[in-house]
Design a protein around this ligand. Sequence first.
Ligand SMILES: Cc1cc2nc3c(=O)[nH]c(=O)nc-3n(C[C@H](O)[C@H](O)[C@H](O)COP(=O)(O)OP(=O)(O)OC[C@H]3O[C@@H](n4cnc5c(N)ncnc54)[C@H](O)[C@@H]3O)c2cc1C
Length: 400
Amino acid sequence: MLDFDLTEEHQILERSVREWGAREVAPKIKDLDREHRFDKGILPQMAEMGLLGASVPTEYGGAGMDYISLGLISEELEYVDTSLRVIMSVHAGLNCLSLLTWGTEAQKQKYLVPQAQGKQLSTYGLTEPAAGSDVRGMQTTARKSGDRYVLNGEKMWISLADIADNFLVFGWSDPEKKKLKDPSGMSAFIVERAFKGFSSGTLKEKWGILAGNTGYFKMDEMEVPAENLLGKEGEGFKIAMFALDQGRYTVAAGATGLIRACRDASIKYAKQRKTFGVEIAQHQLVKEMIAQMESDYQASRLLWLRSGFLKNQGRRNTRETGLAKWFATVASERAAGDCVQVHGANGYSDEYPAGRFYRNCKGAVIYEGTREIHKLMQADYVLGYRADKPTRCELPAYKA
Ligand SMILES: Cc1cc2nc3c(=O)[nH]c(=O)nc-3n(C[C@H](O)[C@H](O)[C@H](O)COP(=O)(O)OP(=O)(O)OC[C@H]3O[C@@H](n4cnc5c(N)ncnc54)[C@H](O)[C@@H]3O)c2cc1C
């Protein structure tokens, strides 16, 4: 039977993450954002609550929560600040769930267990200076040499690049296929910060998600043991796309939280500010903006919940998750723009959160598939030009 209710466990989780965020992060987020400072002190607290290993089974050090829980956490975290949800996207979503699905038992024991326990932080390195939407344009190479691969290349715009311990990295392992831009020549690797030849830095010019870390890393004749190949040689592109199904899910749920944050801030302000003798909330055009936020919030939430439901059942959800990500992120940009508008000139000041929401929302309209790429994908699905093919490994269904 169709059921729109959250379970009691879900409600408890939602409430506890909401209360933690309001208590521990909300009071200092304005300062962290202004100072462009990533607060590492937040991580042990997130680990303590099991958030960093949310949907990883307990036998691999995780909290054994279902995928709806991962969405709820993402929504609550981004309600406070996008930088918090980004941690969930790259670490818990893109990296941990890829290791869970494609990793060998030894890889899971060595990397997934400490990551899910929150003892090590991880991220995802696909983008390069000259390759974003066009993944096949990447230049990173992985040359096989005995029992190792030697990686050379640079990854750019990587969340947590200067913070993470482990990286899921993609590069060309087949030089002939690189020339032909045939993605079956790409492979995926688990890379440790400690590997010789690895270096990273922070992007200083970024103007949003300022309490988060975004940077680059370089690999200069960096040797990676052959046992750190994730999946088989040549499966890198498939793993990269698989990972995005998980990351996009957290981005969709997070953007939903951002819309709710915009709605709540707008309601608060609209009931305080008076013009022409009445609260601005009494003006129909202000009501219109708030009504749009409410409808965008509810629709976005239903879309990500459907993806979570499919994930729990072990069903393919690339199409549904892409739609949820596209809709929610575009809607969050609309909500953030209107949140600034409702606040008038005060929305243009960092005294209120509206400006931070406005700067933060835009990243998600770009990363994990731009607005345009998602629009094309959804058009191609309905036109029958695109259909998802089964992959060798699928995200495991949730087992209670
Ligand atoms: C804050 C932030 C965090 C990020 N974190 C990560 C991370 O952790 N790991 C990671 O690997 N990457 C990360 N990225 C990178 C992100 O995934 C890329 O920026 C994204 O894939 C877009 O690539 P691009 O910037 O090279 O834009 P481009 O691909 O150059 O696109 C530029 C413009 O052209 C449009 N365009 C491109 N191709 C087409 C087409 N075929 N049809 C129509 N329009 C098109 C795009 O939609 C866009 O509007 C992050 C980015 C940001 C901003």
